[in-house]
Design a protein around this ligand. Structure first.
Ligand SMILES: [Zn+2]
Length: 472
């Protein structure tokens, strides 16, 4: 019987290495990978002329529903419009956080799932934001609904925490101990994520730097968050999680010292999975100051310095950092730029169309990272953590045919004109890269071609868990 679709003459990035050949799809799944002449007939064939086939990206770090406006309507709109940009960049699965609130966690979880259903253009998972001890007790109930990831905003306290609807006291080690104990006792494949950054010293430094009147805003912002403030929480919360047998997933690692900290903890056998984000790998505070990015580039933790960017890349090469996400929100430029730099809300808008283009250029063309490592950090490792591998995150027999085709020779100028959601500014305006995503397939369907969405409507759906998550 003929396959539905065969992609021929490609460089296919499988988990065990790239192979020259073809990939066959029937329905939504990959049914064959091998030499062109062995793959068999198909109703439709595409000759890739040597282009690279990578697994569709899984961006596990997105915050829908908490940007210019806040709530279920905002989240539904984010899913409906801004996931189009995921397809532009080859991102076929995302995980967004729930709204931040005090309602029961199972309710927040199902509301977020409902927002995505029948609206999202890519497949999705939902991460709960855990804010109260009542919610800690509800973690096992969320696991029964299919929720495995739980975010703890350990880096926030005081007024800043309150502005996000969190408690003033923040997430203490005692609170986190209770959470890990509940997770361990549940016997379920659940993992905690932390935003590591001591909020108290940060508060002092932010006040001082704000009063200093500095105009190199993003460099000053980087100085407000010392490296150790990130590392100290990775150590403290990592030790608690380790003692209770939970894997720990610190999100958006930004500092050189933190990469060393994670390497040390991993060497001691701690089950810790480090995530960094595309912006930290792609720029520095001084580069962003030179471009006048100001509030648009204000993210917490901050975009830092050259030495941090270098160490993050080394962390990826050596396997200390295993996941790259974006920490995207759906802010407008007007929202980010209304008012004073120091008052503006932290976070960067959806720049998911650029993740692969930026990182392919940097990783493959400049830093000697191989294609398999790039595929692991952009897709496979997060899919493993969320328990959806190998259905997602790999080019393998039986996996969903989520694919991105990269033209390694194609030069691309990044900027707002590439976005197809509501995103109205780009941190990368005018940046030239070599290597461009030219086709995206979601479950066997061509959804993006040559920089345009070619699907009639979104058909993303929640991804059910298929196995126990594990770190590494
Ligand atoms: Zn985040």
């Amino acid at each position: 019987m003929a396959h539905d679709l065969v992609l021929k003459n490609g460089l296919i990035v499988t988990p065990s290495g790239p192979i020259n050949g073809a990939l066959a799809i029937v329905g939504e799944r990959i049914v064959g990978v091998g030499a062109d002449e062995t793959i068999g007939a198909a109703h439709r064939e595409i000759d890739l002329r040597g282009k690279i086939v990578m697994p569709g990206l899984f961006d596990p770090h997105v915050h829908f529903g908490i940007s210019d406006t806040f709530g279920d309507d905002a989240m539904a709109t984010d899913f409906q419009y801004d996931t189009r940009d995921c397809l532009m960049g080859g991102v076929t699965t995302i995980a967004t956080t729930t709204l931040i609130g005090r309602e029961p966690l199972p309710e927040l979880f199902s509301r977020a799932m409902k927002c995505g259903q029948a609206r999202s253009w890519c497949d999705f998972k939902v991460t709960c934001v855990v804010n109260t001890l009542d919610q800690v007790r509800q973690i096992p109930a969320v696991a029964k609904q299919g929720g495995v990831s739980h975010k703890f905003f350990t880096g926030y306290a005081g007024e800043q925490a309150e502005a996000f609807g969190m408690s003033r006291e923040g997430i203490s080690p005692g609170f986190f101990y209770e959470a890990c104990r509940t997770i361990a006792a549940s016997g379920r494949p659940v993992f905690p994520m932390i935003h590591a950054e001591d909020p108290f010293v940060r508060g002092i430094l932010v006040d001082e730097l704000r009063r200093s009147g500095r105009r190199d805003y993003l460099t000053a912002w980087a100085e407000s968050s010392p490296e150790w403030a990130e590392s100290v929480q990775i150590y403290t919360y990592g030790a608690i999680a380790n003692q209770l047998g939970c894997p720990l997933y610190p999100v958006h690692i930004s500092a050189a010292q933190s990469v060393d900290t994670i390497a040390t903890l991993k060497a001691q056998g701690f089950p810790i999975v480090g995530e960094t984000i595309a912006y930290f790998l792609s720029t520095t505070a001084s580069e962003m100051d030179a471009k006048g990015a100001g509030a648009k580039g204000k993210i917490q933790p901050p975009i830092r310095f050259d030495k941090d960017r270098d160490r993050l890349w080394r962390g990826i090469k050596e396997g200390t950092l295993s996941v790259v996400g974006t920490d995207s929100l759906t802010y407008s430029a007007r929202f980010k730029e209304s008012g004073d730099f120091w008052d503006c809300r932290v976070g960067i808008n959806m720049q998911v169309p650029d993740t692969l283009a930026l990182l392919f250029d940097e990783a493959i063309n400049r830093r000697g990272v191989d294609l398999v490592t790039l595929a692991r950090v952009l897709s496979e490792n997060a899919a493993r953590m969320y328990g959806i591998f190998p259905r997602k995150g790999a080019i393998a027999l039986g996996s969903d045919a989520d694919l991105v085709i990269v033209d390694q020779e194609k030069e691309l100028t990044l900027g707002r004109q590439r976005y197809r959601g509501r995103t109205d500014y780009s941190l990368w305006e005018g940046r030239k890269v070599k290597g461009s995503p030219v086709m995206t397939f979601l479950r066997g369907n061509l959804v993006m071609e040559d920089g345009e969405i070619v699907a009639d409507k979104g058909f993303g759906r929640p991804v059910e868990q298929t196995m126990k998550p594990h770190g590494g």
